[in-house]
Write a protein of this length. Structure first.
Ligand SMILES: Nc1ncnc2c1ncn2[C@@H]1O[C@H](COP(=O)(O)OP(=O)(O)OP(=O)(O)O)[C@@H](O)[C@H]1O
Length: 602
């Protein structure tokens, strides 16, 4: 599946899966921990076998120990029993540890894999996906799988072994009584399977509803200022409340199905035990079996019944986990639209930083009927500075997206150093490009770490040098902890101009031959503006620069101005040429730059 459009994922979700098959996706994770898994199985098996020995020991004690009227014999039986109990305790503790360990381990690895996969997906996926929903999958679904692996799977196996063993031992003890108990089994099993399907369907629905609610919460908390500015607090809280309520109702239905399943199983099992006891009692009176044998049989049938009841409960849990595994599999199966070719081309060193767009057309996946770039051709020489201007929505940022290969063009070829971008490994390509975006993302870490985002292996000295080149050093030095000051979500909020200088410092560190610069539209104060401009001038030296320009100063400095309109290049030339031509540029320049001149005059 390529980057799935939302509608397709929705459709997949609605389809009801009828088995635990999605859980097989987890087998490779188990294989990695074969030793632990085998250990868990051995412990599991030992504990089950020891439990099965107990009723036999009880019978021997009743029939021989008490019967023989020999206290020494009774004592030795109890001594053996203590040993058996110790062995049972040890095996159970080992089983618990190993099984829980495997559950935690598998989920840790699964989480890392899902996250790593998510980081690889192309922006097309994120254009339609809701980040809150994805986070819910990463946390809630994996937790469900953990409980399935940690507890349910081992319980299922233990109880299956116990059930099989106890059934065999029941037949050995009293074939006549066994018939009654075993006849009840199909009566129990058939509805269990039916209920199980219901539980699975409903719990998947509950999880989906919860994921939708999380997506909404994520979106709202991400833009809390807008929310409060429009005083939408109670409206949002109500909407989230209803979403959570819907999730609760869905969960309630799943729980109801499970409760009915458990109650039903216990009732049928209990009834058959009472019947056995009744008939067994009359058999003891008539001398057909001994009292010890009836006790043994009864203990085995309680064991078998208990195992079956647990199995029915565990079946429900495993079904829930299968729903979660299915949702995670869907995520893991999404392939990135953008990937490296089998044999990526080597980028020639020369001409360093030459760019060409050759008859390129492109539309975003979620608006395919609306091409955003149309038959666009543009050659940029190494070291050239090209300013891209145009009305809002003309497709300027899209050019950057295409050049960084976040998306592939529908038709036409884009080349770097003469090589088609599709022939290159996207990572290799992106190493050649430094992006200074309009709105810089600052991460919850120290300033130094934020700058080193440009090149994580950079030394402290290199980070400081980059900050100096970006004229960011003075404001960083003035902060309480200097380069170690925490910023972003965990610390100080940076101003627009400061963030831009952090972005420039990152680009300085990256030292790539191509620079993509998206000038901020929001005006900085004169001093910040001067500093940012000065830092940029330094950065642009010797690099091929494509700049989405909003300032007169920038277009004046550019070697060439490209004017975009509705996805096409409307005009190209210098500021003087284009102003004189009296076309779109002249109009834009009049509107935009006149205001700037007036502001400067004030
Ligand atoms: N991820 C996306 N999915 C769908 N449509 C998009 C996406 N990004 C941009 N568009 C649309 O593509 C068109 C061009 O957008 P683009 O951001 O390239 O314009 P721009 O010239 O950079 O505009 P601005 O100056 O306002 O930033 C717009 O109509 C926009 O709505």
């Amino acid at each position: 599946m390529a980057d799935a459009p939302a509608s397709q994922t929705q459709q997949d979700r609605k389809s009801v899966r009828r088995s635990l098959k999605p859980l097989t996706r987890l087998i490779p994770y188990l294989r990695k921990h074969k030793g632990m898994a085998i250990g868990a199985l051995v412990a599991l098996f030992s504990a089950a076998v020891i439990t099965l020995i107990l009723p036999n020991a009880v019978r021997r004690m009743i029939d021989f120990g008490f019967g023989a009227d020999d206290p020494a014999l009774v004592n030795s039986y109890f001594a053996v029993l203590v040993g058996v109990v110790c062995a049972l305790a040890t095996a159970s503790a080992v089983r618990y540890f190993l099984v829980m360990w495997i559950g935690e381990r598998v989920v840790a690895e699964l989480r890392s894999d899902v996250f790593a996969h998510l980081t690889q997906l192309s922006p097309t996926f994120y254009d339609t996906a809701k980040s809150g929903e994805i986070l819910s999958r990463l946390t809630a679904d994996t937790t469900q799988i953990k409980s399935a692996f940690g507890a349910s799977a081992s319980q299922a196996m233990r109880n299956f072994i116990m059930f099989a063993g106890a059934s065999v031992m029941m037949v050995v003890t009293s074939p006549r009584l066994s018939v009654i108990v075993l006849a009840a089994i199909p009566v129990i099993l058939v509805p269990i399977l039916g209920f199980g399907r219901q539980v699975r369907k409903r719990s998947r629905f509950a999880q989906d509803t919860l994921a939708d609610a999380s997506a909404y919460a994520g979106e709202m908390l991400g833009s809390v200022k807008t929310l409060q500015a429009f005083t939408h607090e109670s409206r949002s809280a109500n909407r989230y409340g209803s979403a959570v309520e819907a999730a609760f109702q869905a969960a309630r239905k799943a729980i109801m199905a499970r409760a009915a399943l458990t109650g039903f199983a216990i009732m049928v099992i209990g009834a058959s035990i009472v019947a056995v006891l009744w008939i067994g009692a009359s058999d003891v009176f008539s001398g057909r079996i001994t009292g010890g044998e009836l006790s043994q049989f009864l203990l085995y049938s309680i064991l078998a019944a208990g195992s079956l009841a647990t199995l029915s409960e565990v079946w429900g849990e495993l079904s829930q986990a299968a729903g979660a595994a299915e949702r995670l599999s869907e995520l893991l199966d999404i392939e990135s639209e953008i990937s490296a070719p089998a044999k990526p081309a080597i980028l020639p060193a020369e001409p360093r930083g030459s760019i060409s767009f050759d008859d390129v057309s492109f539309a975003y996946r979620n608006a395919e009927h609306m091409p955003v770039v149309k038959d666009l051709s543009l050659n940029i020489a190494p070291g050239e500075t090209v300013a891209v201007v145009g009305p809002s929505g003309a497709g300027k940022s899209t050019l950057f997206n295409l050049l960084m290969r976040f998306y592939d063009p529908a038709t036409g070829i884009i080349r770097l150093n003469g090589v088609d971008l599709k022939q290159l490994d996207p990572k290799g390509l992106r190493k050649q490009i430094a992006l200074v975006p309009q709105d810089t993302a600052v991460f919850g870490a120290s300033i130094a770490e934020n700058i080193a985002y440009g090149r994580p292996d950079a030394s402290r000295e290199e980070v400081i040098a980059a900050a100096k080149a970006a004229l960011a050093d003075p404001f960083i030095a003035a902060m309480s902890d200097g380069y170690d000051t925490l910023v972003g979500e965990r610390g100080v909020t940076l101003s627009g101009g400061q963030r831009q200088r952090i972005a420039i410092a990152r680009a300085v560190l990256k030292d790539a031959p191509v620079l993509l610069l998206d000038e901020a539209t929001s005006a900085l104060d004169a001093e910040s503006e001067r500093l940012v401009q000065k830092a940029l001038d330094q950065l642009m030296k010797g690099r091929t620069t494509l700049v989405i320009a909003h300032r007169l100063a920038t277009v004046l400095k550019a070697d060439r101005i490209v004017v975009m309109d509705e996805g096409r290049i409307a005009e190209t030339g210098t500021h003087a040429d284009l102003s004189a031509a009296g076309g779109l540029y002249a109009k834009l320049a009049r509107l935009q730059f006149d205001a700037e001149r007036q502001a400067e005059a004030v």
